[in-house]
Design a protein around this ligand. Structure first.
Ligand code: NAP
Length: 266
């Protein structure tokens, strides 16, 4: 039996096990997906141990995504983003990848959103914002990063090709000409709040909210009410998992089965 898993702390509420195990069932792969919670200073030992035990692949989540970069040989995108969320053990040494960026791009493209040449606004400059900003720039979108703490937006914009950074002011003007809006902040998770004023939204926008609990955030509700294309955070979560599975197995992921397993638990 093949073993895959998730390393994080905490991981108790993760939706990855049912999502990946639905794929193993569909593809008739004899495998399990288990969660691991190493102590904060035990990440390297955990990864080396998993390698020695023949674990096939690991996802990595908070608080280990940045530290994992120091432990495995990371690919170029993961190094630029500064975080590893997927480790592959099939080669001579463990390799690190970041499927969050591609996950967000696939979520948008799956909803017929054109990214090449698009004007994209990413609100948030934390871990999710970094991955999404690099992904959008790689897809040839023009990226503006707006963040509550402007200095973090400026610092990230320095790293992302062609990007511009700013605070949260002036979103209405900025979004008037934009094609894509991504909420990469945690706003909307704890309460019915939004980082973007409703007046700034319009029907020509495609709006991706990285928040997936709840699925319908206030931002998405207000975006839908003006006719914008809306993409909830479960699509991003789904496609980062799809990308990881395809990397580990070299097979096309059964997207519908994974999506159903995920959404039935949200
Ligand atoms: P993070 O690194 O802690 O970054 C949090 C971001 O939210 C920062 O930009 C922060 O701004 C901003 N923020 C927090 N509270 C705010 C407020 N009250 N007003 C305005 N901005 C606020 O977190 P993360 O890992 O990037 O995660 C962000 C969200 O994305 C979470 O909801 C997470 O669940 C979600 N996520 C989803 C997926 C997916 O697959 N769907 C993947 C990863 C993350 P400051 O810099 O000013 O503090």
């Amino acid at each position: 039996m093949d073993v895959f898993g998730l390393v994080g702390n905490p991981v108790g509420h993760s939706l990855s096990p049912p999502m990946h195990e639905a794929a193993y069932d569909e593809l008739a792969i004899d495998a399990r997906y288990v969660t691991f919670e190493p102590a904060p200073d035990e990440l390297e030992a955990a990864i080396r141990g998993a390698d020695a035990l023949g674990v096939c692949g690991l996802n990595v989540t908070i608080p280990f995504k940045q530290d994992a970069l120091e432990v495995v040989a990371a690919d170029e995108l993961a190094r630029r983003i500064g975080a590893v969320n997927t480790i592959d053990f099939s080669g001579d040494e463990p390799t690190g990848h970041n499927t969050d960026a591609v996950g967000a791009l696939r979520a948008l493209r799956d909803h017929d959103v054109t990214l090449e040449g698009a004007d994209a606004v990413v609100v948030g400059a934390g871990g999710a914002g970094r991955a999404i900003a690099f992904g959008l720039a790689d897809a040839d979108a023009s990226v503006t990063i707006a963040n509550r703490t402007p200095s973090k937006a400026h610092a990230l914009a320095e790293e992302v090709p062609g990007a511009v950074g700013q605070g949260l002011e002036g979103l209405e003007d900025l979004l008037a000409d934009a094609d894509v809006l991504v909420n990469a902040t945690s706003v909307g998770m704890e309460e019915d709040a939004t980082p973007v004023p409703a007046e700034a939204l319009h029907g020509e926008l495609a709006v991706l909210d990285a928040v997936y609990r709840p699925l319908e955030t206030r931002l998405l509700r207000e975006a839908a009410s003006v006719g914008a294309t809306t993409v909830d955070g479960a699509w991003m979560l789904l496609y980062q998992g799809v990308e990881a599975l395809e990397l580990w197995t070299d097979r096309d992921a059964p997207v519908d089965a994974m999506n159903e397993a995920l959404r039935s638990r949200l």
